[in-house]
Write a protein that binds this ligand. Structure first.
Ligand SMILES: Nc1ncnc2c1ncn2[C@@H]1O[C@H](COP(=O)(O)OP(=O)(O)OP(=O)(O)O)[C@@H](O)[C@H]1O
Length: 213
């Protein structure tokens, strides 16, 4: 997959000039490659993932050879509030394929099957949203701050689940995070965003980065 973003702008508020968020961002990812995009809050990581997913097409540039299907864990969990935890998985996983209950088990939430999102903790909703992204058997997995709301043990379990599924599916993985330690065990490459508008200021294999820390 090739991602080229010459410019990504958002309209300014109340007639103010447009604001350019990302400029001259270029990244090629091979199938099965795992990469983290790291940068501080507000730099443009979520904007980047929305473009990569194909949800935002209002930018100058192109995304080519996007693997399909795409699994996308948004920064906000975005569960459908009128469906239970189980139904939130079934809605992307046809009943004929089964598996929604197994996915609840894998994320340790068997007992939450019939709870609505308003009765779930932030971390529980996060795990269901992660299962929703994984259960479509993605060839491209996009995760936006996936472990931010989880305690350390749960985060480790979810990291193991992501690692296992990405390896099994041969999926390309792109994770947006401000926290390197959250993703260190999952990716072989890191891209650091910097500047305003943001671009890539460092692109390094994980081994080098670890050595340099
Ligand atoms: N729909 C929008 N309209 C206008 N500005 C936006 C919109 N979405 C994001 N922005 C602005 O674009 C910039 C980048 O936002 P984005 O959410 O992509 O950053 P981020 O790196 O993911 O931040 P965080 O880690 O806090 O989520 C911010 O200044 C934000 O205010």
């Amino acid at each position: 997959m090739k991602i080229v973003i010459r410019r990504k702008e958002y309209p300014g508020r109340e007639g103010a000039r447009e604001r350019c968020i990302l400029r001259n961002f270029e990244l090629s990812l091979g199938q099965g490659e795992t990469c983290a995009v790291i940068g501080p809050s507000g730099i443009g990581k979520s904007s980047l993932l929305q473009i990569v997913a194909g949800l935002d097409m209002d930018f100058q540039g192109l995304v080519s050879d996007r693997p399909k299907p795409v699994g996308y864990l948004f920064q906000a969990s975005r569960l459908l509030p009128w469906l239970t935890a189980l139904q939130n998985l079934e809605v992307v996983l046809p009943r004929s394929r089964g598996g929604a209950r197994e996915w609840l088990s894998r994320i340790g939430l068997d007992d939450a099957a019939h709870l609505y999102p308003s009765h779930l903790s932030v971390g529980m909703a996060r795990r269901i949203a992660l299962a929703r992204a994984l259960c479509v058997e993605p060839r491209l997995l996009l995760l936006d701050e996936p472990f931010a709301a989880l305690d350390r043990d749960t985060a480790r379990q979810m990291q193991a689940l992501v690692r296992e599924e990405v390896a099994r599916l041969g999926a390309t993985l792109l994770i947006a995070t401000h926290s390197w330690s959250d993703v260190a065990a999952l990716v072989e490459r890191t891209v650091t965003l910097g500047g305003a508008p943001a671009g890539i200021v460092e692109d390094s294999p994980v081994r080098q980065r670890r050595a340099g820390e």
